[in-house]
Ligand binder design. Structure first.
Ligand SMILES: [Zn+2]
Length: 192
């Protein structure tokens, strides 16, 4: 919130310079202030401004940031839900169990995935999400990659998976847990 004081004299607030979009002093409600300091924050995605009220001289801070641009995921049944990076992290964390991959690497992977999906957005399919995670994961750890591929619910095209698997097996012989990629093959494709 930009201010949390009482919404005192809103009418007077409207009289301030219309081009300036006044921020009201949280202490006295006055819309006139001067900026005493301005700097980027949150890794450059926000601007933090320290302001001083021209009436009561007390100081407060405002942040200006781009409103999150929403990416929506279209599920197989056509329902949409907001993209949730946490789900990517949760899924990948399962896949990296006992693998030499750090949580920081997973966070970076999820961030990269989101960034790439954002460029495709605002609508992406669950399959695009899955494939993007897989593309990122393959660079990180082969076993985690196969585990993720085998359990990812929306990785619906078995042929895709088998093609991916074939490419990987050509690349090297797997020494990871042998059961990692089996067991999900009789899954119904139309259960959504
Ligand atoms: Zn004030």
């Amino acid at each position: 919130m930009l201010w949390c004081g009482e919404p005192a004299d809103l009418r007077r607030g409207r009289q301030a310079d219309p081009g300036r979009d006044p921020v009201r002093c949280p202490w006295c409600g006055n819309p006139n202030d001067r900026v005493v300091d301005s700097r980027t924050a949150e890794d450059g995605v926000a601007i933090r401004r320290r302001r001083e009220c021209l009436r009561c001289s007390r100081r407060f801070t405002t942040f200006e940031r781009v409103v999150e641009v929403g990416v929506s995921v279209v599920k197989r049944d056509g329902a949409k839900e907001p993209f949730d990076r946490g789900k990517i992290v949760a899924g990948v964390m399962k896949a990296i169990k006992n693998r030499p991959v750090t949580p920081e690497q997973v966070d970076a992977l999820a961030a990269r995935t989101e960034e790439r999906l954002r460029r495709k957005g605002p609508l992406v399919t669950t399959q695009e999400v899955g494939l993007e995670v897989l593309a990122q994961l393959r660079r990180l750890d082969d076993v985690a990659y196969l585990r993720f591929a085998s359990v990812y619910k929306d990785f619906q095209e078995l042929t895709d998976f088998e093609r991916e698997l074939g490419i990987l097996l050509q690349k090297r012989e797997l020494r990871g847990p042998a059961g990692a990629v089996s067991g999900r093959r009789n899954r119904s494709r139309n259960k959504a």
